[in-house]
Design a protein around this ligand. Structure first.
Ligand code: XMP
Length: 515
């Protein structure tokens, strides 16, 4: 393996964030189990070691420890939080329970800049989250920065290139944390900035090939960003050994199925099997108006249909893997500054019981990546902007955008109206600037007049929102001219709708979708 930084994982929820920060500096990193033997790291070509944070305490018997020999490898080391305490504890210092738990923002006063803080200001606002603290330094160490509660908020043994910090430089709330990590990588470990997403592709392709061998892989393709990028990456690795299943649930947008067939089938030459199940879904949904029941029916029907496709495929080939575009949970950057980021880390995509029942192994090549990295990866794999920067679309599709019970003729109206909205958002160069823009079909009839005739037709609501992470959202201030054009086009071109209204609610208290 080429030169890289080893991150020893002591169970911190931020371990993946450390790895991401290193990737951002264009340096290769690897996450290793905390107790990886020094000899293994040496063999692997490690240039520096980071000890992650973790939920445990060094004061507890049996809490996770690294192989003691890692301290004798002559490599630069950076201990973060629990990692710093480990360093102090294992090298002969003393760690104790802090009287005050330090949690949230603190001010770091830097007394000695050294290589770690080179080029940075003398004070930094940093993020802390710890109960223990260092009471006595090990031989050879000195304190280089302090906070109100920790005289040893940052320590170093410049001779051995050992550094420890109580705060978390990897989280977005730590001011200049990225620069601190970059100093460790470049000034202390002597890394080159020579890693890129192209290397990631190469490596992943190799890994997928090794894992899959001559077996075959099934992937549920939705056309969304994550499943599309996963499909493109796996296809690059194993070509026709990958089969994608696209479920047409009858709740898709205008021409969506044809677009998927054309792009992935014709252009990318993927083996895409379409499960044509619109009628099956709509029959199940007939007469059902409760939103939660609708979602459950759609979810269960999806599992059934997918399961059926898998069973059929397995009869004709040695399918052994189910691929999914699972991402590392997004760390929400836009959180209340003094809130606890732990509480705001989204949970993993729940893959439910699917693979167990199907007797397939999971293949998740995007697991380590964050959403924006996945978009970059997709671009590099040649996926068009329309896929890589596509707005989110809910799994239950238009099923939650026709209010109440779903009728085929209402879906037709909604599809046409929605296509007009997307066209105009694109034309006004707004589609990629908002989080989502879509139409909702309201089963409400109102009176209108067209020519000399009185009409009595349904209402379409426009929902256009700005958001960073879908947790909160605000209605987008779309110029009146654009709204006027959308409204007049929908009313003129879509029969079955004679009124368009605009949703001006924020989330909370409203949600983005109407159901
Ligand atoms: P709400 O309506 O809860 O939506 O504000 C937040 C975001 O999630 C999307 N959404 C879904 N996505 N399956 C999905 O895959 C669903 O059932 C679902 N419901 C909502 C919604 O479009 C918005 O981006």
């Amino acid at each position: 393996m080429p030169d890289h930084i080893a991150v020893l994982d002591f169970g911190s929820q931020y371990t993946q964030v450390i790895a991401r920060r290193i990737r951002e500096a264009n340096v290769l990193s690897r996450i290793y189990p905390y107790n990886t033997q020094a000899s293994v790291l040496k063999e692997a070509g490690v240039k520096g070691i980071i000890l992650s944070g973790g939920p445990s305490s060094v004061l507890i018997e049996g809490s996770p420890r690294p192989d003691a020999k890692v301290f004798d490898m002559g490599l630069p080391m950076l201990g973060i939080c629990y990692g710093e305490q480990l360093m102090a504890h294992m090298l002969g210092g003393r760690v104790g329970k802090s009287e005050e738990r330090e949690f949230g923002h603190g001010t770091l006063n830097i007394a000695i800049k050294g290589k770690l803080f080179e080029g940075l200001p003398a004070t930094l606002r940093v993020w802390n989250s710890h109960g223990d603290r260092i009471e006595e330094l090990p031989a050879g160490f000195e304190a280089v920065a302090s906070t109100e509660n920790s005289p040893y908020a940052t320590i170093q043994d410049a001779q051995r290139n050992f550094y420890g910090m109580q705060f978390h430089p990897e989280v977005a709330h730590s001011e200049m944390g990225t620069e601190v990590i970059a100093n460790f990588l470049f000034k202390i470990c002597g890394c080159e900035s020579d890693w890129s997403m192209a290397n990631y592709i190469e490596e992943s392709v190799q890994k997928i090939k090794n894992t899959v061998g001559d077996q075959r892989v099934i992937l549920g393709l939705s056309g969304g960003v994550d499943s599309s990028v996963a499909a493109a990456l796996i296809h690059k690795a194993i070509g026709k050994q990958l089969t994608c299943v696209f479920v047409d649930n009858g709740l898709l947008r205008l021409h969506e199925r044809e677009q998927v067939e054309k792009l992935y089938g014709d252009h990318f030459n993927l083996d895409v099997r379409v499960a044509d199940k619109g009628k099956f879904f709509l029959d199940r949904l007939a007469g059902v108006s409760d939103p939660e029941t609708k979602r459950k029916i759609i979810g269960n029907a999806f599992v059934e249909v997918f399961d059926e496709s898998v069973t059929e495929l397995k009869e004709h080939g040695n399918y052994a893997f189910l691929a999914q575009g699972t991402l590392y949970p997004d760390v929400i950057e836009s959180i209340a500054i003094d809130g606890n980021p732990a509480a705001l880390i989204k949970s993993h995509h729940n893959v439910g019981g699917l693979p167990e029942k199907m007797n397939l192994k999971l293949l998740e090549p995007l697991r380590e990546l964050f959403k924006d990295e996945v978009r970059e990866l997709g671009s590099q794999l040649g996926l068009p902007k329309e896929v890589v920067w596509r707005q989110p679309f809910p799994g239950p599709g238009l099923g939650v955008r026709v209010m109440g019970d779903i009728k085929e003729q209402d879906l037709v109206v909604l599809r046409k109206a929605d296509a007009i909205l997307q066209e105009e958002m694109m034309a006004a160069d707004l589609y990629y600037k908002v989080w989502q823009s879509f139409c909702v079909f309201l089963p409400v009839k109102t009176v209108g007049v067209m020519g000399d005739e009185r009409t009595y037709e349904n209402v379409i609501a426009l929902r256009i929102v700005e958001s960073l992470d879908a947790m909160t959202a605000d209605w987008a201030r779309v110029p009146y001219d654009v709204l006027r054009k959308v409204s007049s086009r929908i009313i003129n071109e879509v029969s079955g709708c004679n009124r368009v209204v605009l949703d001006i609610s924020s989330k909370p208290p409203s949600t983005i979708e109407w159901e």
